[in-house]
Design a protein around this ligand. Structure first.
Ligand code: UTP
Length: 474
């Protein structure tokens, strides 16, 4: 085999199979394979193999001393109204001072939805069929107008969808945002390994590489220069949300304010679980830190535990909405081993090749992908706090093609929200028992992005339109 320092390193690490077809490749395919190999941290792969793949039996989540995490309830659920008002005012001041940026993680593969293209280009709204990116862009634009400071928007993409994401945003003129304030950057990749720890090839000339999880966003923010850009612009708070959730309040003054008032480095929103064994991460407390424990790691009996009043103890479900302090991100990324986010193991069907180089499309899991999760940064954050939000106002993700968390449920939840806003402004809207309007209606975030901003715009309309099928308030 051709000698090359990288090939020698891989051979020494027991990963020579990566280059098994190397001598048969054309020079540019060889170069590509070498470039991919150079991305891989062999020591990291060796450690992950040892701890997660080969030594799996020893692994397991530590549940010692676990307790439910405290959280700030909404005012209508017993929270202190004065504290929420103070948080709101504090968040508004931060927005007026230009200290906030929006941050969308959009590097996932969206396999469950089965949509061909970046998920942010998926059309979700009930009347105009706006794509997810447009919904977020308009919410960010609306917040910039309201507070007199246009916001920066950071979007984390993957190698796979980066070019398509950038092209889509450019074609659509950034949906009205200043293009100089929209920043797309790629997340890192990790190799997939077989159950024997050997790095898998996707083809003779490429390694099976996949995005390193939404937790990879922290190092990608640093590597891409985004943290420095934020610093230069005087931005110290990142409003973090996922690309699949059009209901999210991308910019939420009270949330930002709670973060600031509490001196928190990472703040999270919770929703009360819909039922005891809902498949969400659980906000818990352990060793004085906030942690998220996945439902799959928390015994069912614990998930169902109730207190003396009959209320669920582990009630706080995570919906992947956070505020991140800029310097906290830098510290986690650069802090070395004690702040490094752990990798999680996911057993997946990984397209690969056989010993003759023929493609193999596995029908069951044939290997392991390694991913980091952003909530694993929580225990490193000082004063991390959790606040409550109403699911109906913040969370309805599009994950699956059908059934729960699908385009249909998300559309219905958007309709319910628009219906609630209209009703709160005194308009009569025909709905079913779940609050679902009979007609397809839609409110642009530029018209209203919450009940108050909606009421303001509605109040200003000289002629109030009728609620009819296809009503669009833009
Ligand atoms: P999901 O956990 O829903 O994963 O991501 P996914 O890859 O999008 O979808 P499936 O599991 O293949 O069906 C939650 C959020 O985290 C982002 C996604 O884009 C989504 O916003 N994410 C996920 C990343 O940005 N990078 C990743 O490596 C994984």
């Amino acid at each position: 085999m051709t000698s090359h320092p990288l090939i020698e390193q891989f051979t020494r690490a027991g990963q020579a199979q990566v280059f098994i077809f190397f001598n048969q490749l054309a020079p540019d395919a060889q170069r590509r394979l070498l470039a991919e190999a150079a991305e891989i941290d062999l020591a990291e792969v060796e450690r992950l193999n040892r701890t997660l793949v080969l030594g799996r039996a020893a692994a397991g989540v530590n549940l010692d001393g676990l307790a439910p995490a405290p959280y700030e309830p909404l005012p209508e659920k017993g929270g202190r109204a004065a504290d929420w008002a103070k948080a709101h005012a504090t968040g508004e001041a931060a927005l007026r001072a230009g200290r906030v940026a929006a941050f969308t993680v959009a590097g996932g593969q969206g396999t469950r939805l089965g949509y061909d293209g970046p998920k942010g280009t998926f059309r979700v709204t009930p009347v105009k069929q706006k794509p997810l990116f447009q919904v977020f862009a308009e919410k960010i634009l609306a917040a910039g107008r309201r507070y007199g400071r246009p916001l920066h928007w950071f979007i984390m993409t993957s190698h796979q969808n980066h070019a398509a994401t950038e092209a889509f945003l450019a074609e659509n003129k950034y949906f009205g945002l200043d293009r100089g304030r929209v920043h797309c950057f790629r997340q890192g990749r990790m190799p997939a390994v077989g159950f024997d720890g050997k790095i898998l090839l996707e083809s003779a000339s490429s390694i099976a590489l996949s995005p390193d999880g939404h937790g990879g966003s922290l190092r990608a923010l640093d590597r891409s220069g985004s943290l420095d850009l934020m610093q230069g612009e005087g931005i110290d708070m990142l409003s973090f949300f996922q690309v699949d959730n059009p209901l999210v309040r991308c910019i939420d003054a009270a949330f930002l304010g709670w973060h600031e008032v509490s001196g928190s480095e990472m703040t999270s929103k919770m929703v009360p679980k819909a039922y005891p064994e809902e498949k969400v991460g659980h906000f818990c407390r352990q060793d004085g830190k906030v942690v998220v424990i996945e439902y799959s790691d928390l015994p069912a009996a614990t998930q169902r535990e109730t207190d003396a009043g009959g209320h669920l103890r582990y009630v706080a479900g995570s919906i992947a909405i956070h505020v991140l302090d800029r310097e906290f991100v830098r510290r986690v990324v650069r802090g070395g081993a004690e702040a490094a986010l752990p990798f999680h193991r996911a057993d997946k069907k990984i397209a690969t090749i056989d010993a003759d180089g023929n493609p193999v499309k596995p029908v069951k899991a044939n290997g392991v992908k390694f991913e980091m999760f952003v909530f694993d940064a929580l225990p490193f954050a000082r004063n991390a706090i959790v606040i409550e939000t109403a699911r109906a106002d913040d969370f309805s993700p599009v994950k699956n093609a059908e059934g729960a968390d699908s385009p249909q449920t998300c559309r219905d939840d958007q309709l319910r929200q628009f219906g609630r806003w209209l009703k709160a402004s005194g308009v009569s809207v025909a709905t079913d028992a779940t609050g679902l309007p009979a007609q397809a209606i839609e409110v642009s975030p530029l018209f209203g992005y919450d009940e108050d901003s909606f009421a303001e715009s509605w109040g200003k309309l000289p002629v109030k339109p009728e609620v009819v099928e296809g009503l669009y308030l833009g």
